[in-house]
Design a protein around this ligand. Structure first.
Ligand code: SRM
Ligand code: SF4
Length: 553
């Protein structure tokens, strides 16, 4: 039987619902349940502040941009910064798909915020919902020639795969209710998605080896650039990656995408559209927990998928070309771009751009961006890159960051620089444990343990999520912590820094206060027994996994 979401979408393919009417109703601080589902396609989540639940529900909204490749102009960043003060909670949250989220928006602020976003020539359409989500592309400057091509592909994909409903513009820009009685709206049928859109979300990422910042294997559909002598030859297609799972439901699982074949660069949009339509036509519309593209690959196999894809494309993919990823995560500090200008990678702990008593980070960034006008690139590890800067900007920017007490890459451990956390409390309705608010403290504990064991200079990728949905892609991390209950986590070990291998559960239910104690014997053994240059995740996969597989006793 079709899920209630399927029935909703089919009954209202414009995705307009009664959003416009409720928006105008001053008596209501929230939207009806059905409209909350439509709102997602508009990039909006209705939430409530979970810190306040005991004293009464306060409805707030999260608004997410669709920002292909995480690229913004300085003017767009500054507009978002001002909008966060006016209508949000004075923070900007860089997401794990290179976007920006506004949190804590109240209903009366929603219309003005959405108009402000539009006026900044930005959009939130399809940032959430059963459609193609924000397309990821490499932010790194060292590969700028190819990087620019990949970011251009991301922009093209975002446009080609955007839903065509007029409701978004009508509600948020024109401020009017969509005339659902007009013939074109009554019979509206999205040309790509059809009346019921996708069975579930769909995600695309592009990567340029040897860097895998976008975690291409966690995406439904991925494009790995194949380059020869600095020239782009085409892409290897990947399909069927995804992270989400549910505790206690073994039928849900994270999955690393399969490599399907090679295609020329001018076929990217066509191929992604065909992959998307396979999801549209074969995805499980009876069970949202089994509806992602990864389950089609898992259930029907790669050969079936390739055949189905080629029959839709009308051409055959070539055999996949060799490639090698060395690392995911970000580079920090100043780097010279291919065009001779400079970019600066800044670590934004947990992606939250805010002023705190320790550091007026948001103000400092605003002032730097106002003065130097860099291009902004958001990274998939929730960090920020200021790009396209002249040599003359380096010294004043360094001074401004110092004045703003912004901790730089040279002052932070390599492990902290490679740590990420999802949002979780207080805004995420699905959080079981703290994540963003817990990460800094957990990292301090881990850092002192590493220091004590002589591993202070080590880089170990750590990713934390407040529930098993996997928004920080914890199942690819060397150490992944997945929330089970308040203060309790599953511990996963053995992912690699290239982002090509899933980790495995090591401990099922550990208190936050006992985490470092539980990891100590293992890290001590790693320090003593590792092979030269061996990273912790690789050591775990080599030593700990075989030990775990041995029968007890
Ligand atoms: Fe996510 C749901 C936040 C990237 C898998 N995710 C949510 C919601 C909207 C909670 C909800 O449904 O009520 C979270 C909002 C929290 C809040 O208050 O802001 C949320 N997800 C995020 C972000 C902001 C986490 C972050 O720390 O940056 C990321 C936004 C990315 C963006 O800009 O589009 C985010 N989510 C991811 C990723 C990572 C990725 O895409 O590379 C994943 C794993 C990859 C995947 O999709 O398999 C991810 N989010 C999920 C899932 C599990 C889906 C599944 O297949 O089971 C859910 C739950 C759901 O959809 O039902 C979810
Ligand atoms: Fe919320 Fe879970 Fe995603 Fe964290 S992983 S943001 S707790 S849905």
């Amino acid at each position: 039987m079709a899920t209630s979401n399927e029935i909703l979408k089919k009954n209202c393919p414009t995705l307009a619902g009664t959003i416009a009417a409720t928006l105008k109703d001053p008596a209501s601080d929230r939207f009806a349940e059905d409209d909350t589902q439509f709102l997602k396609f508009h990039g909006i989540y209705q939430q409530d502040d979970r810190d306040l639940r005991k004293t009464g529900k306060k409805y707030i909204f999260m608004v997410r941009l669709r920002l292909p490749g995480g690229v913004m102009t300085p003017e767009q960043y500054l507009a978002c910064d001002a909008l966060a003060s006016r209508h949000g909670n004075n923070t900007l949250r860089v997401t794990s798909r290179q976007s920006i989220q506004f949190h804590g928006v109240v209903k009366t602020g929603l219309g003005p915020l959405m108009r402000g976003i539009h006026e900044a020539m930005l959009t939130t359409l399809a940032a959430c919902g059963d459609v193609n989500r924000n397309v990821m592309a490499p932010p790194a400057p060292a590969w700028d020639g190819l990087g620019e091509e990949a970011r251009e592909q991301a922009r093209k994909l975002a446009v080609a795969l955007a839903p065509r409903t007029a409701a978004y513009h009508s509600i948020w820009v024109d401020g009017v209710q969509l005339n659902l009685e007009s013939p074109e709206q009554r019979d509206f049928n999205d040309p790509l998605y059809g009346p019921a859109y996708l069975p579930r979300k769909f995600k695309i990422g592009l990567a340029i080896p040897p860097l895998n910042e976008v975690d291409v294997f966690a995406n439904c559909c991925g494009f790995i650039a194949i380059e020869k002598d600095g020239r782009l030859e085409g892409f290897n297609l990947t399909a069927g990656g995804g992270m989400g799972r549910s505790h206690g439901n073994p039928e849900t699982f994270p999955r690393v995408a399969d490599v399907i074949g090679f295609l020329p660069a001018d076929k990217v949009v066509e191929t992604a559209s065909a992959v998307l339509t396979i999801h549209r036509d074969f995805g499980d519309r009876t069970n949202r927990k089994h509806a992602r593209l990864k389950y089609i690959l898992a259930d029907r196999g790669v050969d079936w998928f390739r055949q189905e894809l080629e029959s839709r494309l009308g051409f055959q993919l070539e055999a996949a070309r060799p490639f090698r990823f060395e690392r995911s995560g970000d580079d920090f500090g100043w780097r010279r771009q291919a065009d001779g200008r400079w970019s600066l990678g800044l670590f934004i702990e947990t992606g939250r751009i805010q002023d705190t008593p320790a550091s007026p980070l948001r103000t400092t960034l605003r002032e730097i961006i106002q003065a130097h006008r860099p291009e902004i690139r958001l990274t998939p590890s929730n960090n920020l890159l200021l790009a396209g800067l002249p040599e003359a900007s380096r010294t004043p920017i360094d001074a401004a960051l110092k004045g703003g007490h912004v901790r730089r890459e040279t002052e932070l451990s390599r492990t902290r620089l490679n740590s990420t956390a999802c949002v979780a409390f207080p805004t995420c309705g699905l959080a079981l444990a703290e994540s963003e608010r817990a990460l800094p403290g957990l990292m301090t504990q881990l850092e002192s343990l590493l220091q004590e064991l002589g591993l202070g200079g080590e880089e170990i990728g750590v990713r934390v999520t407040g529930c098993p949905n996997g928004c920080a892609r914890p199942y690819l991390a060397e150490i992944g912590l997945v929330g089970k209950a308040p203060g309790r986590y599953q511990v996963y070990l053995g992912g690699n820094q290239a982002g090509t291998r899933l980790n495995r559960v090591f401990l099922e239910n550990v208190r936050d206060s006992e985490l470092t104690g539980q990891l100590r014997p293992l890290l001590a053994r790693f320090a003593a027994q590792r092979q030269p240059g061996e990273q912790f995740g690789d050591w775990c996969a080599r030593v700990v996994w075989p030990e775990q597989a041995q029968p007890a006793g």
